[in-house]
Design a protein around this ligand. Structure first.
Ligand SMILES: N[C@@H](CCC(=O)N[C@@H](CS)C(=O)NCC(=O)O)C(=O)O
Length: 275
């Protein structure tokens, strides 16, 4: 169960649905998408990762892992985005996102697991192919970040990202390969079903929408998986996708991503060159 006991009295006193999230966080995108598809009204609490708002004692008292998203529902605190979307589906009325058929439910469970497991690869690739121009830290910034961040893996990640050597080709290739393998499974699923969840849109689609969108922003060659590419076009046409994901991507940011991916293509170091 993804519910945790928060140390904060003010959180336990909250009623209704509150989401602590960040615009570009793909885990947050997933939860906003689920809330939108279910038609659940929620109160927004933005935790600005770029300003390290997740490293404050106040936020860490809410989620000791120091990560977003966190859903608070009538004082209950739920963490981990794939658990949150399952919780949202279970607890609220609205279209059922968990399919009814046993094999579709099994596929959904496995696909949500893969979506959680691939988070590290998505983070590494996002930093390498989208955020590298703007988010590397100076030695001073890194020292402050490390002093506030309770998680050794997160400290190490930022240290590697900000180093002159970067992540290195071996790690970049391994992360890209995880997506090649995952997308091959999704492509196979879509050869016999219109949606990852089965006959209807559901939790598996909700979970993967932001991941595929992020890879598209990096110019991962989605033409290698044509069914997944068509699925992505249909996903983007859903109003909840626009509200949950596109609304949080200002035009200037999208333009910066485009410029950086074009630069990497010109330098022959685009994500495609690592496949
Ligand atoms: N398993 C968690 C992972 C949460 C996570 O890693 N969130 C990222 C944003 S997508 C975060 O808060 N990162 C903060 C950091 O890396 O310092 C989930 O699915 O919610």
């Amino acid at each position: 169960m993804p519910e945790i006991a928060t140390k904060r009295d003010d959180i336990r006193a909250l009623s209704g649905v509150h989401l602590f999230h960040f615009g570009l966080s793909n885990c947050s995108q997933r939860v906003r998408f689920a809330l939108g598809e279910k038609g659940v009204a929620w109160t927004s609490h933005v935790i600005d990762l770029a300003k390290q708002a997740h490293l404050t004692p106040e936020f860490q008292a809410l989620n000791p892992k120091g990560t977003v998203p966190v859903l608070v529902h009538d004082g209950r605190t739920i963490i981990d985005s794939n658990d949150i979307i399952s919780y949202v589906d279970d607890v609220f009325v609205g279209p059922a996102l968990m399919p009814a058929a046993v094999d579709d439910r099994a596929f959904t469970a496995a696909t949500l697991d893969t979506s959680s497991q691939i988070q590290g690869a998505l983070k590494l690739l996002s930093h390498e192919f989208l955020f590298k121009a703007g988010r590397r830290m100076t030695a001073e910034q890194l020292a402050v970040f490390k002093s506030k961040n309770p998680t050794p893996e997160l400290q190490q990640f930022m240290t590697d990202f900000s180093s002159a050597e970067g992540f290195g080709d071996v790690r970049i290739k391994a992360a890209a390969s995880e997506f090649v393998a995952a997308f091959a499974k999704l492509e196979a699923r879509l050869s016999s079903n219109p949606w990852l969840s089965g006959h209807e849109f559901g939790l598996a689609d909700t979970s993967w929408a932001g991941n595929v969108h992020r890879m598209a922003l990096m110019r991962f060659p989605l033409d290698r998986t044509p069914k997944l590419s068509r699925w992505y076009r249909r996903i983007k046409a859903r109003p909840a996708f626009a509200d949950a994901i596109l609304e949080y991507e200002p035009a200037a940011l999208r333009a910066a991503f485009k410029t950086y991916t074009l630069l990497r293509t010109a330098q022959r170091t685009s994500i495609g060159s690592f496949l």
